[in-house]
Ligand binder design. Structure first.
Ligand code: AMP
Length: 114
């Protein structure tokens, strides 16, 4: 997807503060952080929303969560606690249509989310 901003980050065409990369997944700091730690974990491959996943993406989605776990430890929030969120479609607040997992931590979190 040539117009997708997260595809452009994945290709290095626009800058981001990268915190983790492997062959399938990358993670970078959110431009507009909602917590002291706010990192986006994304697949390199363009998938617009959770609704577009299929059975073949099961391993990839597991890899997003394994990356989040590792980054949470690196950021020092694994023990204090963190939240992972994937918004699906506009009604849930999705604004960038390339699947991304928000990793948020470093402050107390309320529930239910807004
Ligand atoms: P969502 O609302 O779930 O689609 O989340 C999109 C997130 O992407 C928001 O938290 C934005 O602040 C973040 N964002 C948008 N553009 C960039 C960018 N160029 N670099 C880092 N984060 C971005």
């Amino acid at each position: 997807m040539s117009e997708c901003i997260f595809c452009k980050i994945a290709k290095g065409e626009i800058p981001a503060e990268m915190v983790y990369e492997n062959d399938q997944v990358l993670a970078f700091r959110d431009l507009n952080p909602q917590a002291p730690v706010h990192i986006l974990v994304i697949p390199r491959r363009h998938i617009a929303t959770l609704n577009d996943l299929d059975e073949g993406d099961a391993d990839l989605m597991g890899r997003l969560y394994l990356a989040a776990k590792r980054i949470a430890a690196d950021e020092g929030i694994a023990e204090s606690g963190y939240r992972t969120v994937i918004n699906c479609n506009a009604g849930a607040g999705q604004t960038v249509f390339h699947v991304h997992l928000h990793l948020l931590g470093g402050r107390p979190m309320g529930w239910p989310p807004g």
